[in-house]
Ligand binder design. Structure first.
Ligand code: NAI
Length: 376
């Protein structure tokens, strides 16, 4: 009995978060017979095949979503395709995306991923790292939401130059305005999702001005406006150590851009790796859904072995953002059953199943669940 209720609880936690949406935000409207149009950017590596799987699932389940696909990948160095992609994202207000490789050896190649998030002002990146019962991991019972500032901390945007030969200067630039909006987003998210504690991750002991401002803004806001949410601050080194030794202590982690990137990858690793976790990117106008760790999985492309879970959870997040809650629950439950009840696992989490076997199983599960699934 106890294990049955634990399984039910875990199923409800799985893919259950909802991005906080401020009142008055203009959400994408359904058009033509209640259907939504979502921009699809397949990207590089496993992205294109994962998008085909998502389209197949949506078509089978009759989810009321049409996809407008725009090719944008690292082979195409033409800036026009980036502009087309941005226009499509602005027009539809919402996108689902595979990751685009960033070329290390090409000094002029600006990361398309960073550019899209920056130009659409998608300032909040949200990952939900939650343990899945049948996935073998060192720690159990993890349920952490990671919220990362997604647009500044300019050391992340590649603002750097060689002052004299052999001397490189990288600039980290932060603003009170952007710190305030990510801090506010985090507390509002905590309140809306019934979360109890926010941990702000920083390095204010060394970066006294930049990280000092981050910490001060978060701390002051917590005290003045959100006294019912527990607030704590943790230096990034300690946060990394605490995360790998006792991850269950964390509820929501609020982070500047670069620490957020690294800590998010650690947290994804703790619950089973890059194939499992989705990543939500939201701003005041647009939303973009992708995988949490943002790698391309190029070595796996075309082999039918990649784990599709992270991409499917991105599709669940997207359905929920569109207000299609019953469809989101149905897909989330079908995926959860494939991973736990049918215990179908790809190689990255110790199994030997093909990607397509998981997709077929998800479709079978959708076929046997009622259309109006019980709301979580
Ligand atoms: P990668 O794409 O080689 O992936 C890292 C590891 O995770 C590999 O062993 C891969 O096989 C595995 N993996 C990834 N997705 C998987 C899935 N769905 N199922 C099973 N295994 C999976 O990562 P790498 O080398 O870090 O990045 C490749 C490209 O992605 C680079 O161009 C990089 O710039 C870009 N990128 C990576 C980010 C990251 O967080 N790692 C962030 C932003 C960009």
């Amino acid at each position: 009995m106890a294990s049955k209720s634990l399984a039910l609880l875990t199923r409800r936690h799985f893919s259950s978060i909802r991005p906080h949406i401020y009142p008055g935000t203009r959400l994408p409207h359904a058009k033509y017979g209640g259907r939504h149009t979502v921009t699809m950017l397949p990207g590089d590596g496993i992205g294109p095949e994962m998008m085909e799987h998502i389209k197949r699932i949506f078509s089978f389940a009759h989810f009321p979503v049409d996809f407008e696909t725009v090719e944008l990948n690292s082979k195409d160095l033409n800036a026009t395709s980036l502009e087309f992609a941005l226009m499509a994202c602005e027009r539809n207000g919402i996108a689902i995306k595979g990751n685009i490789e960033t070329k290390f050896d090409h000094p002029d190649f600006i990361s398309r991923n960073v550019e899209i998030r920056r130009r659409l002002d998608l300032y909040a990146n949200i990952l939900h790292c939650v343990s899945i019962p049948t996935v073998p991991t060192r720690h159990k019972g993890i349920d952490i939401v990671l919220i990362r500032e997604n647009t500044e901390g300019r050391e992340y945007s590649g603002l750097e130059h060689e002052t004299i030969k052999g001397v490189i200067e990288s600039i980290k630039l932060v603003t009170r305005r952007n710190i305030e909006r990510i801090a506010r987003y985090t507390f509002e998210f905590a309140a809306a999702n019934n979360r109890k504690k926010v941990t702000a991750v920083h390095k204010a002991n060394i970066q006294k001005l930049g990280d000092g401002l981050f910490l001060q803004v978060a701390r002051d806001m917590a005290k003045a406006e959100y006294p019912y949410i527990e607030f704590e601050a943790m230096i990034v080194d300690n946060a990394s150590m605490q995360l790998v030794s006792r991850p269950q202590q964390f509820d929501i982690m609020l982070m500047p851009n670069l620490y957020g990137n690294i800590i998010s990858n650690i947290a994804c690793g703790l619950v089973g790796g890059p194939g499992l976790v989705s990543g939500i990117n939201v701003g005041d106008k647009y939303a973009l859904f992708e995988t949490g760790t943002r790698n391309t999985g190029t070595a796996l492309a075309g082999k039918n072995v990649a784990n599709p879970t992270a991409f499917i959870r991105a599709a669940v997040d997207m359905l929920r953002y569109l207000g299609l809650d019953a469809d989101a629950h149905r897909l989330s439950d079908a995926l959860f059953a494939t991973l736990t009840e049918q215990c179908l696992h790809t190689a990255d989490i110790g199994g030997s199943e093909k990607t397509s076997t998981l997709i077929d199983s998800i479709i079978d599960n959708l076929a046997t669940t009622p259309k109006e699934a019980e709301a979580h």
